[in-house]
Design a protein around this ligand. Structure first.
Ligand code: SF4
Length: 465
């Protein structure tokens, strides 16, 4: 069979959605901007590249689509990127199918959160993979494509490049990303970025130019970029300069980003809104003083909540919708849940929606054991003590009072308290649904999904067929 000269990147999909499996949950798209960054680097050197997302397709369907598009088999290694442990079963099946279909194909696997913790453990899960690359791939990618198996870890600052979304298979469906900065290092106990140093934010001019360039990749069609930054921390001066740069370029692009509730200064919000920010994801996680301390979010819960309050109100005043992330944590009780609920109730007019779920220990035993030990001190126990070794995902009974089933129902109860179908659709369609997914499509999917598993109220009008 003739081999193509395309470097194929495959972002592993999921055999079933991360939280709850139903029709609606399968509509979410996640652009793998880490893999796209590597594809963009190779494209700039003149190599033909393609990024294919597995999403919720079966691995066999994904492989067939790549063969039918003429991209596989390729004379280059196939790059499989695993964005999370939930994507591991998909990746394993895909690599096996690829190995069987094209025995001489080289398979290189990356994905910093999944490969990094314990490559030896991962190799056993992916026997068909030839090479696992831990860490960030930017400094290595050209050598890997040229057959040099050198996987030394090198530093990889946020690349000064605009992601080329045209390299994504069916790119018009995906909302684009603009990388603003990498890392965080704020030390939250549950987070994979806790020890990864925060890098300098790209300059306002670079961000504005990147938004303009991405816009042109979509031929001027409406886009809602996600400004990727685990810890978006601009100063007032930076925010004001971004508003100026955006205005000088005549851009009218609305975007979304995320940050902590106690870090971003409320004074920046009017400028960021002027620069196009319309949705802000806020990692509140909890409003229980006890849980704030045990998450290592802050040693001063009062200050943490005061700052959260000011930020939420500043967003409301500037017309920025906030989606508040809530994490049910080890040691959670009805008292700590009440504290979070009371805070959210007090700010209900500043909250567009919430995302609620119980904490999970990610990683094989080498990583998960330390977390589980720490959480055991607060009374949390793993639901299945073998799951770290088997899947890299350990679900928890959070405390004697709140077991896994309770945590799931408390998550749904809290989500529904603050979101109806319209608010949920508005937030999801901003960045996570396909660009051509309409409200009517959404309503049809809602009807086809079990209402007991939906994280929003459905006691409102859905559009008629
Ligand atoms: S602030 Fe957010 S990204 Fe940073 S360590 Fe905490 S949870 Fe992770």
């Amino acid at each position: 069979m003739k081999k193509s000269d395309v470097v194929v990147f495959v972002s592993a999909g999921m055999l079933s959605p991360k939280k709850r499996d139903h029709v609606l949950a399968r509509r979410q798209l996640y652009l793998n901007y880490g893999a796209l960054s590597l594809a963009t680097i190779l494209d700039a050197t003149g190599l033909k590249t393609l990024l294919f997302h597995g999403e919720h397709e079966q691995p066999s369907v994904a492989l067939r689509m790549l063969i039918e598009s003429g991209s596989l088999p390729s004379r280059f290694p196939v790059m499989v990127s695993i964005p999370s442990f939930y994507a591991l079963p998909w990746a394993s099946a895909f690599c096996q199918l690829l190995r069987t279909a094209f025995p001489s194909s080289k398979i290189i696997v990356g994905g910093r959160w999944v490969v990094g913790p314990d490559p030896e453990w991962l190799q056993k899960k992916l026997p068909a993979a030839d090479l696992l690359v831990p860490g960030l791939g930017e400094p290595l990618i050209q050598r890997l494509v040229n057959g040099v198996d050198d996987v030394r870890r090198l530093s990889a600052p946020t690349p000064d490049q605009v992601l080329n979304h045209r390299l994504v298979f069916d790119h018009e469906r995906y909302q684009p990303s603009v990388e603003a900065s990498r890392g965080c290092g704020m030390g939250c106990a549950f987070c994979e970025e806790r020890d990864i140093r925060l890098e300098k934010l790209r300059s306002p001019d670079q961000i504005a130019c990147a938004i303009a360039a991405v816009s042109s990749q979509y031929n001027g069609g409406q886009i809602r970029p996600y400004l990727q930054s685990s810890m978006f921390l601009p100063s007032e001066r930076w925010a004001s300069a971004l508003a100026n740069s955006v205005s000088e370029l005549g851009l009218n692009v609305h975007w979304r980003t995320e940050t902590r509730v106690d870090a971003l200064r409320p004074e920046t919000i009017p400028y960021l809104a002027k620069a196009g920010m319309r949705v802000l994801d806020l990692g509140l996680e909890t409003a229980s003083p006890q849980q704030i301390v045990s998450m290592h979010k802050s040693s001063d819960p009062e200050r943490y909540l005061r700052r959260a309050s000011l930020l939420l109100r500043a967003c409301r005043e500037s017309g920025v919708a906030t989606k508040v992330n809530v994490l049910l944590y080890a040691g959670e009780t009805s008292k700590t849940l009440d504290e979070t609920r009371t805070f959210l109730d007090e700010h209900i007019d500043s909250i567009a929606g919430v995302s609620v779920g119980p904490v999970v220990a990610y990683g094989p035993p080498k990583i998960a054991d330390a977390l589980l030990e720490e959480w055991a001190k607060s009374g949390a126990t793993p639901v299945d003590s073998n799951s770290a070794a088997e899947t890299g995902i350990s679900q928890l009974h959070l405390s004697r009072e709140i077991d896994q089933a309770e945590a799931e129902s408390a998550s749904l109860e809290l989500s529904r308290r603050y979101m109806d179908a319209s608010s949920y659709f508005q937030l999801k369609s901003f960045s996570y649904y396909a660009r051509d997914y309409t409200r009517k499509d959404f309503d049809n999917d809602v009807r086809a999904s079990p209402s007991s598993r939906l994280p929003f109220r459905t006691d409102m009008d859905l559009t008629r067929d």
